[in-house]
Each structure stands twice: as structure tokens, then as C-alpha cells.
Design a protein around this ligand. Structure first.
Ligand SMILES: *Cc1c(COP(=O)(O)O)cnc(C)c1O
Length: 402
């Protein structure tokens, strides 16, 4: 067996590396020279660009998607004890935001194929305390929005979409983040476009948008950030006990230019996705389902399933072997009920969400960022094949079975 690593040891392929280009570097420098680093005109431009791209009424930029989720749940006016139904197959921030807003998270298991929250499971979890549904468009694949919107309407529930993976995502011609009361986006480093740290909230109603702006900046009356401008000092009033969640112009300076490359970056990730599909078709691993008809997949994550019984190598051994090949990988996600704090607080047990548990135990995310070169992509493919061959070599039954 060839033990040479696929990549040279001094060139580790970083998972989720962002593509940063000259335009945003220049814009950040220009912003620094203006001296207006905090929330100002660039943030307003970024909000307007994002709103136009989405065809949404209102957009509020914040400093993370976690902040976006927190503010959205608060603006949905949930009370302590109110229940929010979400998915176990998400980042911990989704559930943490529900808890920080004073509500109670309730999980509904995912569909084993789409890995998105299963509307039938949502329906089964509705009680008199349920006040909102918080779906996550996992990996950029849209949730079954017809079913979820219908459930929300019938039970009079708020709908808050976690679109951290889903800037480009569409469902039946409609863009992710515009179905519900609020749509929350992330511009974290590994996301489809980045501002370093950052987030955006879409809303349909003026009063919701106003509330988000106020809650996101200490609870000060609207447009308080303008008090340092040249239009004369304006007194502000504190009308709520708010948070410090505003985005900086320095961040928006990056976002304005990243925004212009949403389409070409998406196209590049789609190419990589298809190359992986073709390369892995005959391997003993699970690959993502095809996008559903009348949808656009955001291609944020390419997740394979490594089931030791079929692949001959455990998921965790595969993670180690890929790292040894200098390929950065990720796990999105270990099922949330597996984490001790939620077991303690809510008595959650992974076995109660069998689809999420199986995915969480087997999933591996391969690099799919727009920054990857064709050679990088071939390196990833070669490493996957080599790591699986190691499993096969250790397991003679699989070796003879092919
Ligand atoms: C990244 C992510 C978040 C949090 O985004 P931040 O901008 O890092 O706060 C929330 N939900 C999901 C599904 C994510 O992937």
C-alpha cells in the first residue's frame, strides 16, 4: 500500500476556507481611512443589497446568525414556557438562541434522505404551548416549506427560518428566508459568503423590522447610530433592554463585495458537488440525495455517510485518516441530544431521534468552498478513496465483496 500522503505535509487543505478577493481588501482599507468603522453607511448598503437579492421587505444586519436567531425569537414575542420546534440536525446555536430568548426548544426528527426536519414529526410534537417552528435548511437543501407553512398557518405558529446554509436556496421559485416571519443568515468564515463574523435578518413587517433594529442596539430608539453623524446630535431613548448585536461597516465592507459573487461561488460549489457525486458513485459510502424538483440547493455542505459495516472503516477513524492526508474535514452535526447540557436541561435522549442519531454518527463533510482548485478537488477524491481502501484492507470480507 502507498503510504505517501496525497498532499504534501506543508499544505493542509483548510475546511471551509473563504475566497477573499482584492475588492473587499481595498474596501476594508478605504473604510478604515474614513474612520467610520462602526455601524454606518456601508452596513446600510449591505442591507439594501441583501434585501434586493432576496426580494424581501426588510433586512437588518447583525454581528452573527446566532444574534439573528436570538432577536427573531424575541421579536416573535414568545413568553417563557412557550415551545419552539426545531431539528436535532443543526448547530448548537439554533437551540441556544431559543433558550436565551427564554423559550423551550422541542426537537422533531429529520427525514433520513433530505436530513431536513420532517413535517410529520413536527405535527406530532405540537402541544398547546407550541408557538413557533424553526426549520434549518440543512446543507442548503430547502425544507418542505409547503408542509411547514401549512402547519404553521393551521396552528397559528410563528415561522423562523435558520438560513445559515441557504443564501442561494429556493423552494418552488421562492427564496429561503422569505417564507416565514423571519429569515436568519450567517456570514461566518466557512459560510457561502462571509464578513468574518456577521448575520442578517429578513422580516416582512415594518413593526418587526423596527423591533429588531432596536433590540440589536441596546434597546435604543431607532437610528440611534446616526447620533454621531453630521446631521446634528439627536437624543435617543432606551425603550427596551436590548443587546449589542450591530454589524460594523468594516464587516459590511467585505460583505458588499462578497454579495456580488454569490452566483459564481454557488456555480463553483455546484461543479464540485457534481464532481464528487461522479467520483463517489461506486464507493461504499452514502452520498447526498439529488436536489428535489422545483428547488435550488445552496450546496453549502457535501456530506458523505461512512457506515463502518459497509465502508470497513469507522467514521471517526475515517476523520483521522483524512486529516493524516492533510485534508480538512468537518462533522455537521453530531445529533444535538447527544450533548450533555441538553440532556441535563431537557432530558433529551439521542435514541428518540433515530434518523438524526444515525446521520450524526456517520456523517463527514468534505471541503466544497469556492476557493478550491480542480487539483484540490482531485486531492480530496484521492484521499477519500485511499482512506476507504485502508478500511477494506483491514477487512478481508469487504475486500473480497468489492
Ligand atoms: C453557522 C450556523 C449558525 C450560527 O451562525 P453564526 O453566524 O456563527 O452565529 C446557526 N445555525 C446554523 C445551522 C449554522 O450552520
Amino acid at each position: 500500500m502507498n503510504n505517501n500522503p496525497i498532499r504534501s505535509k506543508d499544505r493542509f487543505l483548510v475546511f471551509g476556507a473563504p475566497a477573499i478577493e482584492d475588492a473587499e481588501i481595498q474596501e476594508v482599507m478605504a473604510t478604515m481611512k474614513t474612520g467610520w468603522l462602526g455601524t454606518g453607511p456601508k452596513v446600510m448598503t449591505f442591507e439594501n443589497d441583501f434585501k434586493a437579492y432576496k426580494g424581501s421587505q426588510y433586512a437588518t444586519a447583525v454581528n452573527s446568525c446566532t444574534a439573528a436567531l436570538h432577536l427573531s425569537i424575541l421579536a416573535a414575542s414568545l413568553k417563557p414556557g412557550d415551545e419552539v420546534i426545531t431539528t436535532p440536525m443543526t448547530f448548537c446555536a439554533t437551540v441556544n438562541a431559543i433558550v436565551h430568548a427564554g423559550a423551550t426548544p422541542v426537537l422533531a426528527d429529520v427525514d433520513p434522505v433530505t436530513m431536513n426536519i420532517d413535517p410529520a414529526q413536527v405535527e406530532a410534537k405540537i402541544t398547546s404551548k407550541t408557538k413557533a417552528i424553526l426549520p434549518v435548511h440543512f446543507a442548503g437543501r430547502p425544507c418542505d416549506m409547503d408542509a411547514l407553512c401549512e402547519i404553521a398557518r393551521r396552528h397559528n405558529l410563528k415561522l423562523i427560518e435558520d438560513c445559515a446554509h441557504a443564501i442561494e436556496t429556493e423552494y418552488k421559485g421562492r427564496k429561503a428566508g422569505t417564507f416565514g416571519d423571519f429569515g436568519c443568515f450567517s456570514f461566518y468564515v466557512t459560510k457561502n459568503i462571509t464578513t468574518g463574523e456577521g448575520g442578517m435578518i429578513l422580516a416582512n413587517r415594518q413593526e418587526d423590522a423596527d423591533r429588531l433594529k432596536i433590540l440589536g442596539l441596546h434597546g435604543m430608539s431607532k437610528d440611534a447610530w446616526k447620533r454621531f453623524g453630521d446631521s446634528g446630535y439627536k437624543h435617543y431613548e432606551v425603550v427596551e433592554v436590548g443587546f449589542k448585536y450591530n454589524m460594523m461597516d468594516l464587516q459590511a465592507a467585505i460583505g458588499i463585495h462578497q454579495m456580488k459573487r454569490v452566483a459564481p461561488y454557488w456555480k463553483r460549489r455546484e461543479q464540485i458537488w457534481q464532481r464528487y457525486n461522479e467520483a463517489f458513485a461506486d464507493l461504499p459510502i452514502g452520498i447526498p440525495a439529488e436536489p428535489e424538483a422545483e428547488t435550488i440547493h445552496g450546496y453549502h455542505l457535501y456530506t458523505i455517510l461512512v457506515d463502518e459495516a459497509a465502508s470497513g472503516i469507522s467514521r471517526d477513524a475515517f476523520l483521522g485518516a483524512m486529516t493524516a492526508e492533510n485534508i480538512g474535514i468537518g462533522v455537521h452535526y453530531q445529533s444535538l441530544p447527544g450533548h450533555p447540557v441538553y440532556q441535563k436541561m431537557f432530558g433529551w435522549n439521542s435514541d428518540d431521534y433515530p434518523n438524526a442519531k444515525r446521520i450524526g454518527d456517520q456523517t463527514v463533510s468534505l471541503p466544497i468552498s469556492a476557493k478550491l482548485t480542480d487539483a484540490d478537488v482531485e486531492d480530496v477524491i484521492a484521499a477519500v478513496k485511499k482512506c476507504l481502501a485502508m478500511g477494506k484492507a483491514k477487512n478481508p470480507v469487504l475486500a473480497t465483496a468489492g
